[in-house]
Design a protein around this ligand. Structure first.
Ligand code: GAR
Length: 192
């Protein structure tokens, strides 16, 4: 049997991207979603993992930032590639070193605008509307030691109208995320 790339997805919240990605790769010849990880014991992604049959690990700040527990789990499970899908903690240098150019993140705006610490989820869409932007979108990028600063892999745009609320923008952005993120992961991983 040919080798399969094993992917782990980190998520802090609902996990709709984690679910969409997992469904996209069901029966994929060379990529399998092997593990969900979360820092939040209440996160919706845990329920989704159960439903989808993906093992899910909850970890603490200590496991993540001060010890190499999470890296050990990834290595023991032979994880080849890491996806951040709504994961809100900064990635420690040790994890970036263990997976050089093999960690990608999705951000719900057109970076470098509306990135950095504290800019996540609804905060981003509120700022976009407050600044009367006429467009927003998604950025998929490699992860480095700084929030939202790694090399951009892909961007897609949506229109923001003067009557759009932050919730409206969130919906448009989510459509783009679900449409593009799985394919960008596939292309990035198969071209490593
Ligand atoms: C997504 O919109 C993602 O772009 C965003 O969190 C949401 C997670 O949704 N990520 C960030 O804001 C990171 N800075 P989901 O849990 O339904 O996949």
């Amino acid at each position: 049997m040919s080798r399969k790339y094993r992917v782990a997805i980190f998520a802090s919240g609902s996990g709709s991207n984690a679910e969409t990605i997992t469904k996209y790769f069901e029966n994929h010849p060379s990529i399998i979603i092997s593990l969900f990880l979360t820092n939040n014991a209440e996160a919706g992604v845990i329920k989704r993992g159960k439903k989808l049959g993906v093992p899910t690990m909850v970890f603490s700040k200590k496991n993540f930032a001060e010890r190499d527990d999470v890296i050990k789990v990834l290595e023991n499970m032979h994880i080849d590639f890491v996806v951040l899908a709504g994961f809100l903690w900064l990635i420690p240098e040790s994890l970036i070193k263990a997976y050089p150019n093999k960690i990608v993140n999705i951000h719900p705006a057109l970076l470098p605008k509306y990135g950095g610490k504290g800019m996540w989820g609804h905060h981003v869409h509120e700022a976009v509307v407050a600044n009367k932007e006429t467009e927003s979108g998604i950025t998929i990028h490699f992860v480095n030691e700084h929030y939202d600063e790694g090399e951009t892999i892909f961007q897609a745009k949506c229109e923001v109208t003067s009557s759009d609320t932050p919730e409206d923008v969130a919906k448009k952005v989510q459509v783009l995320e679900h449409q593009h993120f799985p394919k960008v992961i596939e292309n990035t991983l198969l071209n490593l």
